[in-house]
Design a protein around this ligand. Structure first.
Ligand code: PMP
Length: 287
């Protein structure tokens, strides 16, 4: 069965899906994206993901190319055509095709591309054994709250992690505080059992998984604080983990070669992963 991509109103076999060389996404990274996890054939947290997409577009003054309802229908149709049960929907919107010129074109139509990717979320060893991460200086721009396709610093950092045999790189600001991972939000559990993740601002992406985990923590009576933390505090923490639409709650057991929490996924991390899995499977509500 061919895998389909949606490109500006058409469902095309993935291998034939293409955009013009003067698409501003290609020329300037002038666009935004979203990754919506899919579990059991159902989009997870679709509403907050599409809310964030609309917010990213508004911040860059790019119009929604089709209505939100139409976007939801295209998602369903792509899931159906690609027979996708577990994985993700990738949505990318750029300012469109125009002769190369930095200022906005007067008449470009925003371009929409959607694809799906199959992924199995069960039984991955990272959940059982945890992962190693490294730390790198955060080299990104000042609007990390916008989910733009300009991901070069993230790519460089993830490559550094890969070369170090690590799963993720935690980015660190000029004050020595962790901002977030290259494609995840960062969390620790303090010595007195409090969950800590950085507060929302322009310094980090407002993770949808982060939001859901905080809602679950509230429901379960787990105390949390939204504030910055340093690499040193993370190294001395009881537990650490990262969250994202595709890494769920991934335990971190090593930072820059130093062991965290005795080198094993901690109990609160494991509980949060179990609760989140139930949520994704539709077995519990969060907010
Ligand atoms: N931070 C960054 C930089 C990311 O790219 C992602 C992944 N989209 C996240 C955090 C986690 O966000 P979410 O939980 O919405 O996937």
């Amino acid at each position: 069965m061919p895998r389909y991509a949606y490109v500006n109103g058409r469902y095309l076999p993935h291998g034939q899906a293409a955009v013009h060389i003067e698409d501003r996404g290609y020329q300037f990274a002038d666009g935004v994206y979203e990754v919506v996890p899919v579990a059991g054939g159902r989009a997870v947290d679709e509403i907050p993901h599409l809310d964030r997409l609309e917010r990213s577009l508004a911040e860059l003054r790019i119009a929604m190319p089709i209505s939100r309802r139409a976007l939801e229908l295209v998602s369903r149709e792509l899931l159906r055509r690609n027979d996708l049960r577990d994985g993700l929907i990738y949505i990318q919107i750029t300012r469109g095709v125009a002769p190369r010129n930095h200022a906005f074109p007067a008449h470009a139509r925003p371009a929409l591309v959607m694809t799906t990717k199959r992924m199995g979320f069960a039984g991955q060893s990272k959940f059982k054994d945890g992962v190693a991460v490294i730390t790198v200086p955060d080299l990104r721009w000042a609007r990390r709250d916008i989910k733009t396709i300009n991901l070069l610093p993230n790519c460089l950092a993830k490559q550094a992690a890969a070369e170090a045999g690590a799963y993720e790189a935690l980015q660190v600001d000029d004050e020595g505080n962790v901002t977030e991972g290259t494609s995840s939000n960062a969390w620790i559990v303090t010595r007195d059992g409090k969950l800590v993740t950085r507060h929302l601002s322009n310094d980090i992406l407002h993770g949808v998984t982060r939001r859901t985990i905080l809602a679950i923590a509230t429901e379960e009576g787990v105390a949390f604080e939204e504030r910055p933390f340093t690499v040193e505090e993370a190294l001395g923490a009881r537990e650490a983990f990262v969250t994202s639409a595709t890494s769920f709650v991934t335990p971190v057991v090593e930072i820059d070669g130093g062991r965290v929490g005795g080198g094993k996924p901690g109990p609160l991390t494991r509980r949060l992963l179990a609760w989140y899995r139930d949520y994704v499977a539709g077995l519990r509500d969060s907010a």
